[in-house]
Design a protein around this ligand. Sequence first.
Ligand code: GDG
Length: 732
Amino acid sequence: MPKTIIVSNRLPVKLSQEGEEFILKTSEGGLATGLGSIYKQDGNIWVGWPGTAVETDEQRFQVTQKLQEENLYPVFLSQEQVNNFYEGFSNETLWPVFHYMATYAKFEQVFWKSYVQVNRLFAAAVMENIEDDDTVWVHDYQLLLVPSFLRELKPNLSIGFFNHIPFPSFEIFRLIPWRRQLIHGILGADLIGFHTYDDVRHFLSTVTHLSGYRSSANVISLEGRSVVVESFPMGIDDKKFSSAIADKKVQENIGTLQKMFGETKMILSIDRLDYSKGIIQRLHAFELLLSEQGDFKEKVSLYMIVVPSRDTVPQYKELRDQIDKLVGNINAKYRTISWVPIHYFYQSAPFEMLAALYHFAHICLVTPMRDGMNLVCKEYVASRVNNDGMLILSEMAGAAKELVDAWIVNPNNVHEISEAIYVALKMPLDEQERRMRQLRYVVEKFNINSWVRNFMNRLKEVKQMQESMQAKRLNSDKEQQIRSTYTERKRRVFFLDYDGTLVDFHTNIYLAKPDKELYGLLKELSSDPANKVVLISGRNYQTLQEWLGDLQMDMIAEHGAWTKFHGDDWKSIPGLTDDWKKDVLQVLNTYTDRTPGSFIEEKAFSLVWHFRRTDEGLGELRANELTNNLKYLVSDRGLQILQGNKVIEVKNAEINKGKAVAAWVMENQPDMIIAIGDDYTDEDIFKTLAEDAITIKVGSNISAAKYFLHSYRDVRRFLATLAKTSTATQSI
Ligand code: GDG
C-alpha cells in the first residue's frame, strides 16, 4: 500500500542519553500532534534529525532501532553540519532574510555548501524508505532543496512542500547569493504551501523574476509539470487547549496564579527568544502605559515568558541582555512593595503551566515584527472556554489574516500597542465575548486536522491534474499515429500561429523575423502538393507579407481582419470600421507615457499595447488598470479587449481567428487539419474545429486543444518530422 513520508529538520521526539541508553520522549509540538494522524499510521514514516549528536555506529544503530518502533527514521548530523547547515545557513542566512532582517544575514560559502550536502542527506534518507506511488511531504526552510533532489531521483514522485516561516518579497529574497538554486529546489514539489496569500504572492513573483517560468493564477508551468502554490493557514489542536482546564495540575496552577495576582489583571506574553518577535517594542509599549496611565499601577502586570533559543549567536545574546536590562529598569522604576510590573522568565514552562496561563490571562499580547503564522495566539483563543479575554495581535503575524476579531496593531507602533492594552483593559465583557466567540469559531473550524487534510487532499488533486495533463502531452506514440494518418491523407491543412508558436517572443516585436531554419521548414511543408499551410497571426499584414510573402502559403493577418490566398492580394473583411481608434489611442497614449518600456502597435483594425519590456509587475498592474478603463470605452461599440501574452489588444469583436479558420475550412474542405497556437486568441481556433482535427497548444496544457507541446522548438521539430514523412501526392 502506498505510504506517506513526512520530512522535517527535527523529528517529533526529544532524544536524551542516560548512561549508555538513549531515551525517547515524544514532542508535544503542534506539528507533531497534527502530523501524528499521518506518521503513526501503519507503514508511514517521519524522516528527520533526532536533535542530539549520536557519534558511534553502534549508538546510531541503537537509536535507529528505537526510532523505528515509533515510525521514525533518523538523519544523523555531525557537529560541523549542525554548525554550518542548521545554525549557519538555516538560522543565520535564511531565517533573518525571510523575516525581513536582512542586515543580520550572513552569506557564507561554507554554510551554503553544508546546506546542499545536508539537504542531499535528507533526500537520500527518504530514498532509503521510498517505494513507487508513495507521497512525500517536506517541511520548512531548512530543507528547501530536498524537493528537487527527490525529483531528480524519482521524477514521478508526489511531493508536497510547506514553508512555516514567511516568504519575503522578491526585493529581499534576491539578496541571497544562491537565490536561483533555492527557487529551483522548492519547485521540485508538486504542491507548495504557505500560511498566507501574501507569502504565495511573494513566492510567485520571485519565481517569475528569477526563473523565466510562466505562472497563471497560482499554477507555475515548468517543462513537463505544473506546480500549484497555495495558502494553507496552519491550525492548532484546539481540543488539547480547551480541555486542559479539566486537568488537575492545570487547576492547581490556576489557583497559584489567582493567589499571586489577586485583583491585578495579567497580560501574557510568550515567545521564543528571537529578534523577529518584537519583544523590546512590547516592553516599551507596556512602560508607556505605566508612565501615561498612572491609574494602572498595581492594577496590571505583564507575565513574560521568553523561551531560551540560539543564545550562542551574538544577536540573540545581545537581545537577551537588552531584555534583561529593560525589564530590570522598568521594574526598578515602577515597582511597589506589593506589586511587580513585569514577571519575567527566561525559561520554558511545562504544558500544565502554559495552559493555566492561557486560561488565566486577561490579555494575550502577541506582537511579532514578522511571523509565518504564530500559534501562541491561537492557543490562547482555544483556551478561553468562557469566551472572555482580549487578544492583541500584530498585523505582521500570519494569524492576523484569519483572526480579524483580535485587536490588530502595528508592532512598530509602540503608542498603538500601548493604547491597545488600555482599550483591552477597559473592554466591556459583552464586546470581549462577541470577539472571542468569532475567534474561537475560526480556531476550532480551521484546526490542525483540517490543515493536514486540506493539504493532503490538494496534493492528491494536483497529482491527478498533472496526470490528466500528461494525457495531453504530444508524446512519440501519438506523433506516430499522426504521421500514419498524415501519409494516408491528401488534402491536409496546417493552421499555424506565428509568435510563440513558430518563433520565440522578442522584446522588440520587429526582431521576431523568421530565421533560416523556419523559412526552410515552411517552404518544405508548403511545397508539398498535398499540403496547404495557412499562417494565422495577430500581426499586421504588411509584416507578414514582408517576411513570408513569397512562400506558397495562405496568410491571415490581424486575427482574421485580412486574408490572402496564395497568388492573390490581401483583402479585408468588408464593413469593418476604424473610427473608434482615435478615442482608444488617447487612452493607450496616457498609459504608454506612464509606463516606461511599453509601446503601441497600430494595425488597420486593431490597436495593441505591448508591455513585455516593462518592469515585471508594473506592466501587469497597468495592464489591469488599462483593461478596466477600456471596458467603459469599448462597450456598445462592437469592440473586444484581448489580454494576450504581455499585450492588451483592442479590436473589432466580429473578427476572430476561429471565424477565419471556419471560413477557410468551409471553402477548402481539407481531409486532415493540424492547428497549432500558443495564445488565447488561438483558443477560438481550437474550439471551432471539428473533433477529428489535431489541435496543439504551445507552452501550456490548460487549453481546449487536444495536445500540447512545450515550446516553439518542439513545434519546429514536430513539423520537420511531418515534412520528412512520405506523402501522397494529390493537392487541394
Ligand atoms: C514556526 C514559525 C509558525 C512556547 N513557549 C512554550 C511553549 N511554546 C509553544 C507554543 C507554540 C509553539 O511553542 C510556538 O509557536 P510558534 O507559532 O511561534 O511556532 P514555531 O514552531 O516557533 O515557528 C511560526 C509555526 O512554525 C507553525 O507553522 O506559526 O510562525 O516561525 O505551540 O505553545 N510550549 C511549552 N512551554 C513554553 O514555555 N510547553
